[in-house]
Design a binder for this molecule. Sequence first.
Ligand code: GLC
Length: 463
Amino acid sequence: MNSERLWDKRILISIYNMNLINRVIMKKLILGLAAFCLLSVFVRGQSAATGYPENKTSKKILDGFMDLRFGMFIHWGPVSLRGTEIGWSRNSTVAQADYDSLYKEFDPVLFNSEAWVKTAKDAGMKYLTIISKHHDGFCMWPTAYTDYNIMHSQYKKDVVGELAAACRRNGIKFCIYYSVLDWHHPDYPLHNNGIETPDPKANMGKYIVYMKNQLKELITRYHPYMLWFDGNWESPWTYAEAADMYNYIKKLDPSVIINNRLGKGSNKEMTAQTVGDYETPEQEIGAINMETPWETCMTICTQWAWKPNDQMKSLKECIRTLASTAGGNGNLLLNVSPMLDGRMEARQVKRLKEVGDWLKKNGEAIYNTKGGPFKPDSVYAATRKGSNIYLLIFRRDNDQLTLPALRGVKITDAHFLHGEAVTVMQDGQHSTLRLPEKLPDENCSVLVLKTNGNVDHIPVINK
Ligand code: GLC
């Protein structure tokens, strides 16, 4: 072989090798590209399933909700015939077959929606949330999707509809509680509390269609201001289904507010698994939070549903709970439990009226305010609006009340709401208020601190 041909061959070989390298690179590139395309399709597919939220409730709507501060929760249903806990007593203190037949006897002839709404209004409550379906699956409205509803009880009246109308007549925002889990429905896989093995005959897909139909019915018929979900913790319900449900609901009504128990995870805080607009601490006052809206739900007695001779909270406890909740920048959803005949207990109505009387005098310090800037404790909570700070004083430990200094503003005046002036001394570190020998209101006295600035945006001050 002459040298020229040898060079030709070498060149040919190196071109071949280059091609080989190129081919390998090309192959890798093509594979990479294909993988990238596949991945993005997959990701898009995922977000099509869980692209939540498509239409999140606006800050303006949520701010309006948080301005209301105080609402009535109502846990009621055929279970009031037994006086045991709603949902939870099924197959525990009440035999399942007995529990599931209670509706046949349910005849609350003294139910009067106007009276219930008047009770809420007199309590100073601005919204009302009624159980439409609890974990026991019984529906308190004439739903087209199951016979297990109020029209098949003795009573045969649309309790949810009557309350929605009474709320509308009286300027109370109407809200609906709906349990995700449903131990009674054949398509929901778990048929009792604590059962871990799903029923192979159940069909969660069909159950979700049932939920969607019912929620559409509730939204288009009663136009709730807010939907209060619950029963989100069991395994058949997933984050993806919750996210899809949120989008579905917001398509039906973009303005409806949704609590955070639609998704998974903690009720008390927003997590990656959360689906919903606001946090829902239960039977405890939430921690101060200026960013995320929250609502504490709490029973006026100990049980959610009516229980004879249940221990009721004192007026002091009710007012302090409300004041501390507002002081933490939250709402209070206080639960009442009507009886089997349709009336609310007289003592609960009286207690609520007493709270309302306190609010008539002191509502300025609760409604439309923000919590803080001082963190609430057992001595006082604070709310604020514009240049005013309202101290909600629970206890007088001595003749002075010392507050941490307010950076950037000065207190120009201090007086009890509708009452006498209070001397205030300020140095760079503290403001000291001289308290009268007896506080004007033994449950909670409101002291207004006027300042020379705007206090709405002062960061929360630890005491
Ligand atoms: C709990 C209970 C339920 C009640 C709800 C109200 O999640 O399961 O019975 O309705 O709290 O917050």
